[in-house]
Design a binder for this molecule. Structure first.
Ligand code: PNS
Length: 179
């Protein structure tokens, strides 16, 4: 019987990876992963999930715009969006890799489950994990929003353009509350 490794198709000439997520908003942790992924793969598609259960702070278009602003310096990085199964989207993009970051052991269980499920759905697509750098290991979009909403300092946790957007969003909310 052939072992699984001999059944795998040969490595494609150019390796396309998908980096999926909610990116509500993009943090410096995400950006670091994009920077490293762009070095590892021939093309990296950063894909924002549409129609997520969670109610986002930023609309899909805003999240895409923020991502495009910060990936301008990476010629092999594209920004897109998807709905439905991630593996179907990956296949439609001819991607053979799904890139995900792991910050702490608490991420591991969820990520492992997703990686196994995605592999079952589409065995030709591999999930590649990168460990977040130590300085980013505590950063999440959720905590950034919480800290910012409570008046805490978030500089250094998100790109400056994203921090500016958060300030604008906050003043929009304040104007609505006052008006
Ligand atoms: O930034 P997030 O919220 O951790 O990203 C989660 C994401 C978008 C990677 C995950 O929810 C996803 O892939 N959703 C698409 C639907 C899908 O394929 N579900 C089965 C995954 S095993």
């Amino acid at each position: 019987m052939e072992s699984e490794s001999t059944q795998l198709s040969p490595k494609p000439h150019s390796v396309i990876a998908i980096y999926p997520g909610s990116f509500d908003p993009i943090t410096n942790g995400h950006l670091d992963l994009i920077r490293r992924g762009a070095r590892l793969f021939d093309k990296l598609v950063v894909s924002v999930l549409r129609n997520h259960d969670k109610t986002p702070l930023f609309s899909l278009d805003e999240r895409i715009e923020m991502l495009r602003e910060v990936v301008q310096g990476y010629p092999n990085v594209e920004v897109g969006s998807f709905t439905g199964l991630l593996v179907d989207h990956a296949a439609a993009c001819s991607a053979t890799v799904v890139l995900r970051g792991i910050r702490a052991i608490s991420d591991y269980e969820y990520e492992l489950q997703m990686a196994h499920m995605n592999h079952r759905l589409q065995p030709g697509i591999e999930t590649v994990f990168l460990m977040s750098h130590e300085e980013n290991s505590f950063i999440s979009s959720r905590l950034v929003k919480e800290v910012f909403g409570l008046g805490g300092n978030i500089s250094g946790l998100v790109p400056p353009s994203v921090e500016a957007r958060l300030h604008r969003r906050l003043s929009e909310y304040q104007n609505v509350e006052v008006g």
